[in-house]
Design a protein around this ligand. Structure first.
Ligand code: ADP
Ligand code: MG
Length: 866
């Protein structure tokens, strides 16, 4: 086989070290990809696949992207979970002898990107690291773009569920783990099936204790364990060290930016399973996976990207400590009361840019001149933010205000160094402000003076030669030239040297012009180098103030979130919840925060709720379809959750004794993709609740038992209720239970702590009206036919259904109430005047879920028996 061309040999040498990444190989103005990379990228990016001679018989498959727009292509690959290695030319091709030197300068991965174009500004981008040994797991979620990491230690031989819950909370885009994690099948399966993220198996050497200690000392100082509240004998150090090493390997610089460590214990936050997050639609809707229609959408009135990220974080992690919750509520309260200050605070925040990520790019040295200018403009807002927060008269807010450093030195430094009309890139100069550097000013004078000189020269030559069309111009390939149209060729002086011929003009050079060219180009080149150097020095000075900027950014983000919560509270007429360590949830005139906003104009009917760990442990809620059962239950869950993030709530009054977890089992969310039947999914979820709920939990069960036959379903539902309501089984937690099995309402008489409620409807003749009011007692009727009519079933059909129902009622007075049969005495119902098959069929009928067509078919079938 023929030998590879030298460049291709160089390519393979680099590719060998970057097997898992798509290699962007810089070739002049393009990044080229070859072989498998090219085939993959051409498909994913819709690029034309071409070929390139590589010294061998077959041409190498190749595709490429222009270097100046590579970011958007990389962004698309990253979003799909790929990693991209960027290989640059390490010397100027024009000066290189032989093959241009090339090297990979950085590997861009989903979890390590810092470019704005590849990040969403309203959410953190987490790189997760899981380090597992026998009984311990260290978890670390690092956001490289903001320099913060959350770490926690799990002590459990079977930590699968906890890991999954945390993965769901942070939704990382990339996961690093050691070999032992592979044994947690449920975790690997969850990652594979439910998450779009790239994964990286880290070798054991990354976790060697000495190496870990060494790394953490360099990063956080000698006493890193005490400083960052990390247990040095646990697994968090290993997980954290893996992140640092991975950053070094991929980014090669900027690792020092990762400085802020929040170590947390899982028990500090309300437990929310992935299913519950989904059901409650906290940050994305179930259907469209959109923000609109979620609790986040209702609450988000933040003004800054940092605030947006933090609000999302608060929502993903409600607190359980009443004192901490009340601290937040105090601050929100103060901001609600101080309307003027709040308005001014928010106006100032509106002009605050994303300091955290601007800082990151400064530390990495990739910030653009405009980035840095934006950082200084942000500093200008800080005094106002600080003053307004301080003026609200709340100790909590004043404390935060005190943490805002106005960063005047940075502001002044940037403003004195950078021009007001600062360009977005360094490549054409014009970045450094006049008067900042004597040398820059001098060089500029030469360049500009030179240009003046050239226009003078043009005028002089025109006069000397008498050629009207003579022009002095410049282009990148030929440099400065004198252009004369062909019609004047015969008048060109002999001292002009011809350089280039165009269609209707000739270009010339003279020794004088050449001299000037050298001087100007030299000065210009020197100027660009100098401007870049001064700018980089500025970046370094900013990076040197990392800790101050980060602390300020942190306080600003918190103020933004608190102001947003206050603004929402005012606009949506929320009230302050009373939060304590008690066991009661007592809400008067509660509303559903999201549906109330969606209704727009139409009135949302408020409802009361009383739940405790005594007589009102379990509320069994009945009522026809569409009455509002699901809405009512969710609104209680959402109000509780809002209270525990420190938000005001949509209610006239609200008392929440903190709950340690919310569990939901809602509707029949099919999970066919995962290959499980609806019923299996439902039962797995119920099982999870029974295993994990504590007496302090809040449980929402919406129509369980639907996925199977009526009697199976009813039996299971009943058994579940009995189990949950019984404190001797270790539970007895606060539960809202909606069901269409009216039989279950008799549990009120047999079980302690169970109370029946129903959502009232008014029946007038054929019509029913939904009152949306929750009232004590079981629903008296299922109104199946009326609801069917409301849903648009033709009058003919509903009339006929009534007729059948009446006939059934006449012949077997209780038969139509098949859903209210005494559960234990089903066999006794067997009226002789109705054929027993009819009774059987009716017993098996689930009126609530019947579609119009099924109803018709059913009636037709019944008729066959008479
Ligand atoms: P169910 O679970 O009983 O079948 P839902 O809770 O799904 O009923 O409610 C059906 C619809 O009724 C909701 O989509 C909502 O638009 C409306 N609704 C429910 N509760 C209220 C209320 N309290 N005030 C106004 N409209 C409501
Ligand atoms: Mg419902």
């Amino acid at each position: 086989m023929a030998a590879l061309s030298p460049m291709m040999a160089q390519y393979f040498e680099l590719k060998k070290q970057h097997k898992d990444e798509i290699l962007f190989f810089r070739l002049g103005d393009f990044y080229e990809m070859f072989y498998d990379d090219a085939i993959l990228a051409s498909k994913e990016l819709e690029l034309t696949l071409t070929g390139r001679d590589c010294g061998q018989e077959e041409r190498a498959p190749m595709c490429g992207v222009p270097f100046h727009s590579y970011e958007s292509y990389v962004a698309r690959l990253i979003a799909k979970g790929y990693k991209v290695a960027i290989c640059e030319q390490m010397e100027d091709p024009a000066l290189a002898k032989g093959l241009v030197k090339r090297d990979v300068i950085r590997v861009i991965t989903p979890g390590t990107v810092i470019e704005n174009s590849m990040l969403k500004d309203d959410r953190n981008n987490y790189l997760c690291s899981i380090y597992r040994t026998k009984e311990r797991v260290g978890l670390c979620f690092a956001d490289v773009s903001t320099g913060c990491a959350h770490t926690t230690e799990i002590r459990d031989i079977a930590p699968g569920e906890t890991i999954i819950a945390e993965l769901c909370r942070f939704s990382p885009t990339e996961i690093l783990f050691n070999g032992a994690v592979l044994d947690l099948k449920e975790v690997t399966q969850y990652i594979k099936q439910r998450m779009t993220c790239s994964v990286e198996l880290m070798e054991d050497e990354y976790y060697q204790p000495e190496r870990v200690d060494e790394l953490l000392k360099t990063q956080f100082g000698e006493d890193w364990a005490a400083q960052e509240h990390i247990d040095p004998s646990g697994n968090v150090p290993g997980a954290l060290a893996a992140v640092l090493q991975y950053m070094q390997r991929t980014q090669k610089r900027g690792v020092e930016r990762l400085k802020t460590i929040y170590s947390y214990a899982e028990t500090q936050y309300m437990q929310l399973s992935p299913i519950t997050r989904m059901n409650l639609e906290l940050t994305e809707t179930m259907r469209g996976r959109e923000k609109k229609g979620t609790l986040l959408w209702v609450l988000d009135k933040t003004e800054t990207a940092m605030g947006k990220r933090l609000l999302r974080d608060w929502l993903e992690r409600p607190l359980v400590d009443a004192a901490m919750i009340n601290r937040r509520l105090d601050a929100v309260q103060a901001l609600v009361n101080a309307g003027v200050e709040r308005d001014e605070l928010r106006a100032a925040l509106d002009r605050v840019f994303d300091m955290e990520r601007l800082l990151t790019r400064s530390v990495y040295g990739t910030a653009s001149p405009r980035d840095v200018y934006a950082l200084a403009q942000t500093c200008c807002q800080l005094p106002a933010v600080r003053e307004m927060a301080d003026r609200c008269g709340s100790p909590v807010l004043s404390e935060m205000a005190a943490r805002i450093d106005p960063l005047e030195d940075i502001r002044d430094d940037v403003f004195s160094a950078l021009d007001e009309e600062v360009p977005s890139t360094l490549k054409d100069g014009g970045v450094i402000r006049a008067g900042y550097s004597a040398e820059v000013d001098e060089l500029r004078q030469i360049v500009h003076g030179g240009r003046d000189y050239l226009s003078q020269m043009e005028a002089k030559l025109k006069e000397e030669t008498g050629i009207r069309t003579l022009k002095v111009g410049y282009n990148r390939v030929f440099g400065y030239y004198i252009e004369i149209s062909k019609s004047f060729s015969d008048q060109v002086p002999a001292s002009f040297v011809r350089k280039q011929t165009l269609a209707n003009a000739e270009r010339y050079i003279t020794p004088e012009l050449k001299d000037w060219e050298n001087k100007i180009l030299g000065a210009n080149e020197r100027l660009l180098v100098l401007e870049r150097q001064l700018f980089e020095e500025l970046l370094q000075r900013i990076a040197g103030q990392q800790a101050r900027i980060q602390a300020t950014a942190d306080a600003v983000a918190q103020l933004d979130v608190l102001a947003s919560l206050a603004q929402t509270a005012v606009e949506n007429r929320y009230t302050r919840p009373e939060v304590d360590e008690g066991t009661e949830i007592h809400i008067t005139e509660g509303r559903h925060p999201v549906i109330e906003q969606m209704l727009k104009g139409a009135l949302f009917v408020p409802n009361d709720t009383l739940l405790d760990q005594g007589d009102n442990r379990m509320l069994i809620i009945t009522g026809p379809n569409m009455a509002g059962k699901s809405t009512y239950m969710r609104q209680n869950a959402l109000i509780t959750l809002m209270a525990q993030i420190g938000s005001f709530v949509p209610a006239a009054s609200c008392h929440v004794g903190v709950v340690d977890a919310i569990f939901t089992r809602v509707g029949a969310s099919d999970d066919l993709a995962a290959g499980q039947s609806t019923f299996m999914v439902e039962m797995t979820e119920v099982a999870e609740i029974l295993q994990n709920a504590t007496p302090r939990s809040l449980v929402i069960l919406d129509e369980i038992g639907r996925g199977t036959s009526t009697f199976d379903g009813m039996s299971i539902a009943r058994a579940v209720v009995e189990h949950i309501a019984d404190p001797s089984k270790g539970l007895g937690c606060k539960t809202l239970f909606a069901t269409h099995y009216h039989e279950l309402t008799d549990l009120e008489n047999t079980l302690d702590g169970v109370k029946n409620y129903n959502i009232a409807v008014k029946k007038r003749g054929e019509d029913i009206t939904f009152l949306r009011r929750i009232v004590r007692g079981p629903a008296d009727d299922s109104y199946g036919i009326e609801v069917a009519r409301l849903a648009g079933l033709p009058a003919q059909v509903t009339r006929r259904a009534k007729e059948v129902l009446r006939r059934l009622e006449a012949t077997a007075p209780d038969a139509h109430k098949v859903e209210q049969l005494d559960f234990d005495k089903l066999e006794e119902y067997n009226s002789p005047s109705v054929p027993s098959e009819v009774i059987e069929k009716l017993k098996g009928l689930d009126v609530e879920t019947l579609t119009p067509i099924e109803a018709l078919n059913f009636l037709y079938e019944l008729k066959q028996h008479f």
